[in-house]
Design a protein around this ligand. Structure first.
Ligand code: 13P
Length: 316
């Protein structure tokens, strides 16, 4: 069942975070629905501009609608990840999306506010909610690359002013994460003190953590052992830290890179071990099963597993 992102956030706030997973193809879609059914967790399907281009807008919509029919127990929202203004309008007008993200975080504050205000007014007219971003994460997302030295933690006073001026429904905050596989050198923690300051100024307001893959060392090592060439110093967010972030207002956690690592490991190992095979359905089946367990594991860490009955009751 497709629900509004707003309802999911209202129910989740302070208790658990909803996993927001990017999908690009059928295998990821099936694995995601299987994993969330097995773990009885609500979720957010994220569609990026890149995914809309790769898998074609209508094809993705068809996949999701069909999955909704095949997995009738599931409860989820459909969200545009890192939209520009025009893509937000396309998604708002399509009537398919529960929420859109306008990412104007690379513009100066006033311009970010003006763009976000325009998107919020078009979205709210159709009952769609808007995620916006203030501060700057490092790493590469879609066609935007931000050097670590230009990454900037979200300023708590600006965050409160920004939410008030824009009317956005949730806010992506920069608290030390970055997009992609290379987030940290060595062990590093999230900036919880900054998160607490933001929450103090925006009590009850849903905060979003982008760049939240954990980049398991084991995945990186297995990919490299099967012919990959990833930098072994790749590090991500410690998934045990989600539990600390939830009471501080984090209600949505974005995970994309970790799923790519599962795909890459499964396919590299399969073709290394079966060099004469050419049936892509064989590794495809392994991937779907592994992706489903990966999703179920993340939902446990986010505290969203086992929540479907509670959500159904809260939705009435
Ligand atoms: P990761 O690259 O850490 O998976 O983050 C994904 C993300 O934030 C998508 O918006």
């Amino acid at each position: 069942m497709i629900v509004t992102t707003k309802d999911l956030f209202r129910i989740a706030y302070g208790k658990f975070a909803v996993g927001a997973y990017n999908i690009n193809n059928m295998e990821q879609c099936i694995g995601l629905f299987q994993g969330c059914t097995a773990s009885q967790a609500p979720f957010i399907i994220q569609i990026s501009k890149g995914a809309r281009k790769y898998a074609l807008v209508k094809m993705l919509e068809g996949l999701i609608r069909t999955a909704e029919e095949l997995f009738p127990e599931t409860i989820f929202a459909v969200h545009l990840d890192h939209g520009d203004e025009q893509t937000c309008y396309d998604c708002i007008d399509s009537g398919f999306y529960s929420s859109v993200m306008i990412d104007a975080s690379h513009y100066p504050f006033d311009e970010n506010v003006a763009i976000t205000q325009r998107v919020v007014s078009r979205a709210h007219a159709k009952g769609i909610s808007v995620e916006a971003e203030l501060g700057m994460l490092g790493g590469v997302e879609e066609d935007i690359k931000v050097d670590e030295k230009h990454a900037m933690l979200t300023d708590p006073d600006d965050a409160a002013r920004y939410v008030q001026l824009t009317g956005c429904d949730s806010l992506a905050v920069a608290i030390g994460t970055s997009h992609g596989a290379y987030k940290f050198k060595g062990r590093q923690s999230l900036h919880f003190e900054r998160l607490a300051e933001i929450q103090a100024r925006l009590p009850g307001f849903p905060l979003v953590m982008h760049g939240s893959s954990s980049v398991p060392q084991e995945e990186v090592l297995r990919i490299n052992a099967a012919g990959g060439a990833m930098d072994p110093s790749a590090r991500g967010v410690d998934e045990d830290e989600f539990a600390t972030a939830v009471p501080l207002g984090v209600t949505k956690v974005n995970i994309d890179t970790d799923g790519r690592l599962v795909w890459t490991r499964v396919h590299r190992e399969y073709f290394r071990d079966e060099p004469a095979k050419i049936d892509f359905r064989d590794p495809g089946k392994i991937f779907m099963a592994e992706y489903a367990s990966f999703i179920a594991h993340k939902n446990e860490k986010l505290g969203s597993a086992g929540r479907l009955a509670e959500i159904r009751a809260a939705l009435g």
